[in-house]
Design a protein around this ligand. Structure first.
Ligand code: NAX
Ligand code: ADP
Ligand code: MG
Length: 283
């Protein structure tokens, strides 16, 4: 196991500075699908993170009960709502996003599971899958073959275990993850301390981040960041690598001000700008 370390040198090979002639119409449109009654916050965090990571437009697809919450808490985000009040039951939209992130806060209602299955059958847009949708896939493993090559999945250790089964050693975990990545041609963002990214036989190890990230919603934010980078035309592997690196960097930047304990997921979002700026520094 020889990981490639994701450090600033590795990032600068992949990072694309902004084109001064760009406009919101070509800067990428990200669609975030998620939320359910009591967990609309998850999709608020993902959507705001997507905007703050630089895509031009963001739409959130949520159940009806989240409509005012999202519109009021993040006015820059457009909203499409499901016919159901408390959960998502039918994923249809007439926009053309360049990337879709699905799962934060979405829950596991039967109707939501069915809606995801229908969505998967026809979706051709680059996809990031997180949270409850990973759990839905664990319960319906035959749907994994519907995923397009280079789909990004972002499991935390428990979600990973549900997908690939238990492991008895770190080595076995990596072997199982690599086999899973190859079987379904997926990019696996194995979240943890540190986060590893698995792309077939290649393992990347992130070098940013700290325990301040052990806080509700920090994974939801990561999903929004990676989806935003995908929407900005980064190759899936580069979107995953840059997203994970910037996400960790926000916690390293904020730590002297917040300490570990008072850092929250919104602080990740608030520090994305500084994380980008640090890529422009020469040191
Ligand atoms: N404000 C919100 O609306 C929030 C919504 N959330 C949503 O809540 C839903 C449930 O997600 P959860 O992840 O809480 O529930 P899960 O049941 O998927 O995962 C929680 C379990 O995983 C274990 N676990 C998590 N991270 C681990 C790690 N690093 N090492 C070992 N074990 C670990 C925990 O101990 C626990 O047993 C998701 O849809 C998620 O997006 C959460 O993200 C929290 C914030
Ligand atoms: N101790 C830690 N050190 C570094 N990163 C951590 C630590 N704990 C959690 N993280 C990061 O925080 C994020 C947590 O994601 P997740 O468990 O999905 O949270 P949530 O579902 O609440 O949004 C992941 O990116 C993970 O790598
Ligand atoms: Mg999560």
């Amino acid at each position: 196991m020889n990981p490639i370390y994701i450090d600033k040198k590795e990032i600068l090979k992949r990072y694309k500075p902004i084109d001064k002639h760009t406009h919101k119409g070509i800067q990428g449109h990200a669609l975030l699908i998620g939320g359910s009654y009591g967990k609309i916050g998850a999709v608020c965090l993902s959507s705001k993170a997507a905007l703050k990571t630089g895509c031009g437009l963001v739409t959130a697809f949520i159940p009806k009960c989240g409509y005012e919450i999202v519109q009021i808490s993040i006015p820059e985000v457009m909203v499409l709502s499901d016919v159901q009040e408390k959960f998502i039951s039918n994923i249809t939209f007439d926009i053309v996003p360049q990337a879709i992130g699905i799962g934060p806060g979405i829950g596991q209602e039967q109707a939501t599971q069915k809606a995801f299955h229908e969505f998967l059958k026809s979706n051709k847009t680059p996809l990031v899958i997180d949270a409850d949708v990973l759990n839905i896939l664990s319960k319906n493993k035959e749907w994994l073959s519907l995923l397009s090559p280079k789909t990004i999945i972002t499991p935390h250790p428990k979600e990973l275990e549900r997908l690939i089964g238990k492991w008895n050693s770190e080595l076995e975990k990596f072997e199982k993850a690599m086999a899973f990545s190859k079987q379904y041609q997926l990019i696996i963002v194995m979240k943890g301390a540190p986060t590893h990214i698995i792309d077939g036989d290649t393992i990347y190890e992130n070098t940013t981040g700290n325990a301040a990230l052990a806080t509700a919603g920090s994974g939801d934010v990561l999903t929004g960041m990676i989806t935003s980078l995908l929407a900005q035309s980064y190759e899936p592997i580069n979107a995953a690598i840059l997203g994970v690196y910037l996400h960790g960097l926000t916690a390293d930047i904020a730590l002297p001000e917040t300490g570990y304990q008072s850092f929250i997921a919104s602080d990740v979002i608030a520090n994305i700008g500084k994380a980008y700026l640090s890529l422009e520094n020469k040191d």
